[in-house]
Design a protein around this ligand. Sequence first.
Ligand SMILES: [Fe+2]
Length: 437
Amino acid sequence: MSKQKPAAIALGTALAGLALGGGAFAMEPLAQGYMLAAGEAAKAQEGKCGEGKCGIEKVDTDKDGRISQAEFAAAHPDKADQFAKIDANADGFIDEAERKAHHAAKGSEGKCGEQTGKASEGKCGEGKCGEGKCGGTVGIFPVGVSHRLPMTLPDASAGLGLRRAMLDELRAAPAGAFDFLECAPDNWIGVGGRLGEALDDLSARHPLTCHGLSLSLGGPAPLDEVFLAKTRRFLDRHRVSLYSEHLSACSDATGHLYDLMPVPFTEAAVRHVATRIGRVQDLLGRRIAVENVSYYAALPVAPAQALEEADFVNAVLAEADCDLLLDVNNVYVNAVNHGYDARVFLARMPCARIASYHIAGHYDEADDLKVDTHGAPVKDAVWSLLAEAYRLHGVRPTLLERDFNLPPLPVLLDEVERIRQLQREAAGVAPAGVAHA
Ligand SMILES: [Fe+2]
């Protein structure tokens, strides 16, 4: 399944060169909506409450989302003896709930949640955030947002990728225009102010799924467990029922590459990736789905160790005991670029592990070279493949990904409606279920 074409090799090399040569911290939006969090994170460190540097974050110097005794003592040397009183569960850390409970008990809570507008305008006073006096978003958790059960999705649901450029249109969209939204927590963690309020508003009104960008499940560097702790709180806060990441590597020893690189299709890589997925599931406290990615150059592997891509995906899912986010456009793009039958690949995916589907548009570079851009309408061949996936495996929540060349929302909603149409057509037809985990 890895019959490489010269054009594909050249593109893969160019992509790798771009990722490496562009600097590990380039702040350009990347393909597939990879608006990098680093740019926003930099803003969030500028000290405005509305931008997310309040409450716990102000004191949380190691950025693990909670306040240790040492951090508390450093920030409040004259009140160090109060730590144990605030740390209600005596786990040695003050989390956001404990901080809020403490301020509520002091009667200061009323000064927070009622001043959203001021906080949004960046007027929160210096040094007052940590005392519970800024409104709207305070630290990681906005005041007034409670922890509730995840919003579950029916299989027959059609969603749309949440992009910042679409926020106003999405908030004004008529009820029922889409069934759920998907965002990348990497681009939203720590974001407050107007943007954070918009996300809170949308996630309060619509189920939100999350699609991670930067865990680098297949990469060599240790997992970023501090980031995973923040991700867990983000998922809890927005009641996210489905979190997915890419079956790829996006970092090396130098740091983030800001693109998705393939992992070698070998048993050793299966064990490596599956171990990391297991750790991620433990840290997030939930089952996750991994997504089959598009790739343009298969990594060189000794023939005796090489697995076919479908076998590799199945082995990872089984070893990690996780779910699959089946990106139908990626299957199509890879099938063309690497010369295999997309329908055969689909049939080999494990029915019982498919949690959801992605669908997107791609760029036709040549008859035998497609580029997964998410910058164009979904092609007919990919719509057909989605219908085939429904026939083989059944309907699951399906998301339209669109990251570039964004048309007006009604145009995207027409594609969302086409997903629904395919789901209706597949309803009542028992899936073939050719592969089982
Ligand atoms: Fe995708």
